[in-house]
Ligand binder design. Structure first.
Ligand SMILES: [Zn+2]
Length: 437
């Protein structure tokens, strides 16, 4: 069942600042392109068209004759662009979330296909325009070179935007790679909670702190305070308050995204190195997780859930696809309640520590969850001895150090520490922090 999938990444590359005369060609080009897209979107929305093929069939000829000097493929890509805009507008209108009667074509990026652009080596890009082909030099960046050097293939579709202030072109290039999943030789299990991800690797549970729900809550209350303050001074919904709130929102998003991606990359790289599969909890649609039930505000609960659970999983899934790491989902029910050794209930006290009702050994909740996810991935449900035995003998070729006498305590890693790691190898250089929560 090992699948091969295509992974796609967008990389931004900027041109050098262009001479006025050259830049003017692109301003003209953008004007024509915008005009075409506006007309097409209007037509598509009026006629309920969401498919590129139909829009092209009905309008291509007319659009072509509008600007005969323009390379014909712009009419083609404009149809694709417009069909997508019409599609998302009609969908929003259907669920009552369209604010205007017609979609506005506000920001334009010109869609390109293989006839309209090509890379000339690594340093310049040639574009077809109404004034013939124009070559622009690009500024190489690390990101771009990384994809080139790692065997990604540059796709024919691209987009270009105009940066008027700096007279540059901004290219959105697409890299693709075929990745096939390997057959896993081991498992890495990930148990996500509100403020940390517990990861079981080679018999050690690392507790990587993320603080995601604290970030969400912090920004939530900060926004509330800002809103109240500005509303008192300027009246509700004023322009300054909208600006501040937007900035806060962007900061929050960027911070969370950075945390999720960095940690996902770290976990996935460790999995790839061991040819291991990543085991995740299968999450439901509703934020039913007991940890965030206490948050009364529905929207806020949703946001905490998204940040801490769904968002984290999505980052891991996406990164895993890139490396061909298989991801396995298991039933999350009661994963932290049953002792992985004895199969009996663990009695928790006030903190995250509990005591096994049979063996009397102490457990940290996240360690329990990680081992039970492993048991389930191996085919047992945590209640049958045979699968438990398998888990402790055969996982990584050697016995997993999980006897009743072992310290069932995760190795806590603060965010400031793991954020600088490229791999777990870095652990030996630093002191891990014992968690006491
Ligand atoms: Zn036990």
């Amino acid at each position: 069942m090992r699948g091969t999938s295509e992974v796609t990444r967008t990389v931004i590359v900027r041109s050098v600042p262009l001479p006025r005369r050259t830049f003017r060609i692109f301003v003209e080009l953008e004007g024509m392109y915008r005009n075409i897209v506006e007309q097409l979107v209007l037509y598509a929305v009026n006629n309920n068209i969401t498919k590129f093929t139909r829009l092209k069939a009905e309008k291509y000829r007319e659009v072509r004759s509008l600007y005969p000097q323009l390379p014909s493929h712009y009419a083609y890509t404009a149809c694709q662009d417009a069909a997508e805009r019409a599609h998302s507008f009609l969908r929003m209108r259907k669920i009552g979330r369209a604010r205007k009667a017609y979609p506005e074509v506000r920001s334009v990026s010109i869609w390109l296909d293989d006839h309209l652009w090509r890379a000339e080596g690594l340093t310049s890009i040639s574009l077809a325009t109404h004034r013939g082909r124009v070559n622009v030099s690009i500024e190489l960046n690390k990101h771009f070179l990384r994809y080139v050097n790692r065997g990604w293939r540059l796709a024919s579709e691209a987009k270009v935007k105009l940066d008027r202030r700096e007279r540059r072109l901004v290219f959105y290039l697409t890299f693709k790679k075929e990745v096939s999943e390997y057959r896993p030789k081991a498992y890495i299990t990930v148990d996500v909670n509100e403020n940390a991800e517990a990861v079981l690797i080679d018999g050690v549970v690392y507790l990587f702190e993320t603080d995601l729900s604290r970030v969400t809550l912090g920004y939530y209350y900060r926004r509330k305070r800002v809103q109240e303050k500005y509303d008192r001074a300027y009246g509700p919904g004023s322009r300054p308050v909208r600006r501040v709130l937007r900035r806060l929102g962007n900061n929050e998003k960027a911070l969370k995204k950075g945390v999720r991606w960095k940690l996902a990359a770290l976990i996935v790289r460790e999995a790839a190195r061991r040819q291991a599969a990543i085991v995740l909890e299968r999450l439901g649609k509703e934020p039913a997780n007991h940890m965030i039930k206490r948050i009364k505000d529905h929207q806020l609960r949703h946001r905490v859930y998204q940040a801490a659970f769904k968002g984290v999983q999505r980052a891991i899934e996406e990164k895993a696809r890139e490396y061909g790491v298989p991801v396995i989902y298991v039933d999350p029910r009661n994963t932290s309640k049953i002792c992985p050794i004895h199969g009996t209930e663990i009695i928790y006290g006030r903190n995250r520590h509990g005591v096994c009702s049979k063996g009397g050994e102490t457990w940290h909740r996240d360690v329990v969850a990680c081992y039970n996810l492993l048991l389930r991935a191996l085919g047992g449900d945590g209640g049958y001895a045979p699968s438990r035995l398998r888990a402790f003998v055969a996982v990584d070729g050697g016995p997993v150090p999980l006897g009743p006498t072992a310290a069932h305590e995760p190795a806590g890693v603060p965010r400031a520490l793991w954020a600088r790691w490229r791999s777990l190898g870095a652990t030996s250089d630093h002191k891990l922090v014992r968690v006491s929560t």
